[in-house]
Design a protein around this ligand. Structure first.
Ligand SMILES: O=P(O)(O)OC[C@H]1O[C@H](OP(=O)(O)OP(=O)(O)O)[C@H](O)[C@@H]1O
Ligand SMILES: Nc1nc2[nH]cnc2c(=O)[nH]1
Length: 175
């Protein structure tokens, strides 16, 4: 069936949001040399834009990979860690976890649980998008971009069946 892409968040709104989040992180992480961890695949574009807007020096950029949305627009509910961190890399470090979207919260809460076991000295979450209406587990977002309604969205790194990640703006999918 053909999908219709309805514009939801423009390139300029995304850029202004990323800029604001970078300023908030600069304010809180001066002289702290945080480790920034992106959750693949969806966060790769947001992560790249965010760290280029941050002025505070970063100690390290790391990537982890989770997957739950195996097929199309429904989450399997089961979150798998497909790629983790090198042992010891966040021990006693300030960590900023970067997510593209918090929806049910299952992926992010799993990532937080796994990272906390590695003993960071602090762990904060920066998420570009929040869809609170679908939350299944509570997740505290320390640095939030934009709250969105209950629509399935794509673009700016976020896919549907691996398509649409390269779109520079964010769209809602309609049948
Ligand atoms: O709050 P949740 O309901 O868990 O959804 C959020 C997660 O879903 C997407 O990842 P996905 O599993 O589709 O993998 P991908 O990033 O590799 O596309 C997105 O990138 C988030 O990580
Ligand atoms: N593509 C896509 N992936 C998601 N993962 C969790 N929520 C969403 C969403 O709205 N769109």
């Amino acid at each position: 069936m053909n999908k219709k892409l309805v514009p939801l968040i423009s390139q300029s709104e995304i850029a202004a949001t990323v800029q604001r989040l970078a300023r908030e992180l600069d304010r809180d992480y001066q002289n702290r040399f945080p480790i920034v961890i992106g959750v693949l695949k969806g966060s790769f574009i947001f992560l790249a834009d965010l760290i280029r807007q941050m002025q505070t020096p970063i100690c390290n950029v790391e990537l982890i990979r989770l997957s739950s949305y195996g097929c199309s627009t429904t989450s399997s509910g089961e979150v798998k860690m497909l790629m983790g961190l090198t042992e010891g890399v966040i021990n006693n470090k300030d960590v900023i976890l970067v997510e593209d979207i918090v929806d049910t919260g299952l992926s992010t809460s799993k990532a937080i649980e796994i990272l906390k076991a590695d003993n960071p000295s602090s762990l904060k979450l920066c998420a570009l998008l929040d869809k609170p209406s679908r939350r299944k587990v509570q997740v505290e977002i320390d640095y939030l971009g934009i709250e969105i309604p209950d629509r399935f969205i794509v673009g700016y790194g976020i896919d549907m069946d691996e398509k649409y990640r390269q779109l520079p703006a964010i769209y809602a999918i309609e049948e």
